[in-house]
Each structure stands twice: as C-alpha cells, then as structure tokens.
Design a protein. Structure first.
Length: 101
C-alpha cells in the first residue's frame, strides 16, 4: 500500500510541476508582451507548449505502463493506467482545440 501511494504522489507531482511550469511561462510571456500589437502570438506559443508537454507526458506514461506491465505489479499498473487515461483525454481535448485554430 505504501508503494502504491508513493507511486501516485510521484506521478501527481510530475503532472503538477509541468503544468505549473507552463503557467509561469505564460505569465512571464504575458507580462513581456503586454500592450504589443502581436500579443495574440503569446497565446499560441502557450497552447503549443502545453500541447507538446502533454505529448511528452503521454509518451512518459505509456513507457511507465509498459514497464509496470513487464514487472507484473498490478497496483502500480492500475495507477499508471489511470494517469495515462487522464493524459489521453486531455490530449484529445487539445487536439480538438487545435483543429479550431
């Protein structure tokens, strides 16, 4: 049980840190480009950065699921699969959003 909780916290922190990094990057770009004519480009940069961050997380979690499957640890595999499903859902949401642009 302790191993599963530790695995869950590590994966949660990975997602939280990457999303906070993109958020702070967006804040820095917003302050830097405030009042410029092409300030809309800042939003596009942030969206594409977040999209590629989610793609990176998808690849990471897919390898993690494969590793947990090879080690035959069912508790860790379930946690990794849940995080992979969350990343897939957000990836498809971004893909639909990027089609609108």
């Amino acid at each position: 049980m302790k191993k599963i909780l530790k695995h869950f916290i590590k994966k949660s922190l990975l997602i939280i840190i990457t999303v906070l990094t993109v958020y702070f990057f967006n804040q820095i770009l917003g302050e830097e480009n405030r009042g410029r004519i092409a300030s809309r480009d800042t939003g596009f940069e942030t969206v594409f950065l977040l999209y590629f961050t989610i793609v990176f997380l998808f690849i990471f979690f897919a390898f993690d699921v494969f590793k947990q499957y090879q080690e035959k640890e069912k508790g860790l595999l379930i946690i990794s699969c849940l995080f992979l499903i969350l990343i897939i859902i957000s990836l498809f949401n971004f893909w639909g959003f990027l089609k609108l642009i």
